[in-house]
Design a protein around this ligand. Structure first.
Ligand code: S3P
Length: 166
């Protein structure tokens, strides 16, 4: 095990929380979802934070939460899909953890998130939004130490693959 934490990054709907929870129990490590921390800290849901305080405010809190959680050890940390947009966040993730990018193709993501009402960036025409944001973030996740495709295969298999490589 090279580093003290495992950080899962990736586009919305790539399975960061689902894989993260299973991986953490396999390792006997803690599990942290940065979006959950943000909601607890702000006493507001993610959509409420976006609508009342705006995305810039959300990104500020997200960066603070990432800094806080990365300071501890032996945790699997699932980050929000946009956390990697900040160079500061990316450097912190790489210095304090093994960064794993989960990826999936656009159609798989659309299927997973199409009923979603909890993601402010995907309101309206979800399909168009997914393609548009994916295009903008094309290279944003490539800094990761390990890249895994979650489009096919079971969660257990993905967890095994990660376990074998860390
Ligand atoms: C976001 C992804 C969301 C959440 C927020 C913004 C993004 O997390 O942080 O809605 O910018 O991609 P998930 O990746 O867990 O959906």
């Amino acid at each position: 095990m090279k580093k003290n934490n495992i950080v899962l990054v990736g586009f919305m709907g790539t399975g960061k929380s689902t894989v993260g929870k299973k991986l953490s129990s396999k390792l006997g490590w803690g599990f942290v979802d940065t979006d959950d921390w943000i909601e607890k800290r702000e006493h507001l849901s993610i959509p409420e934070i976006f609508s009342t305080k705006g995305e810039v405010y959300f990104r500020k809190v997200e960066a603070e939460v990432i800094q806080e959680v990365m300071a501890s050890e032996h945790q699997v940390i699932a980050t929000g899909g946009g956390a990697v947009l900040s160079l500061h966040n990316r450097s912190r993730m790489l210095s304090q953890g093994t960064v794993i990018q989960l990826k999936a193709d656009a159609d798989t993501i659309i299927k997973r998130v199409e009923k979603d009402t909890h993601r402010p960036l995907l309101q309206g025409n979800i399909k168009d939004k997914v393609y548009e944001i994916m295009e903008k973030r094309k290279y944003a996740y490539e800094f990761a130490d390990i890249i895994l495709d979650t489009s096919a295969g079971s969660v257990d298999h993905l967890v095994e693959q990660i376990y074998a490589r860390i």
